[in-house]
Design a protein around this ligand. Structure first.
Ligand SMILES: [Zn+2]
Length: 63
């Protein structure tokens, strides 16, 4: 059995938006994206997602 969890808030209330191009929407925090957490260590993956978000923000901000 596999579950999909929101990478932002960890909620399992994810619904798929478009079956052709998998885009998930979280009904809890409103996150939309193609990345969801499947099984495994949710807390660890949440942390990694946040790290990546921070990193990409830094890269957007400047050199
Ligand atoms: Zn969420």
């Amino acid at each position: 059995m596999s579950t999909s969890s929101c990478p932002r808030c960890g909620s399992k209330m994810m619904k798929i938006h478009n079956p052709n191009a998998p885009l998930w929407e979280c009904s809890k925090c409103g996150y939309t994206g193609s990345v969801v957490i499947k099984d495994g260590n949710i807390e660890k993956q949440l942390r990694e997602t946040r790290k990546l978000e921070k990193l990409s923000k830094k890269m957007l901000r400047g050199r």
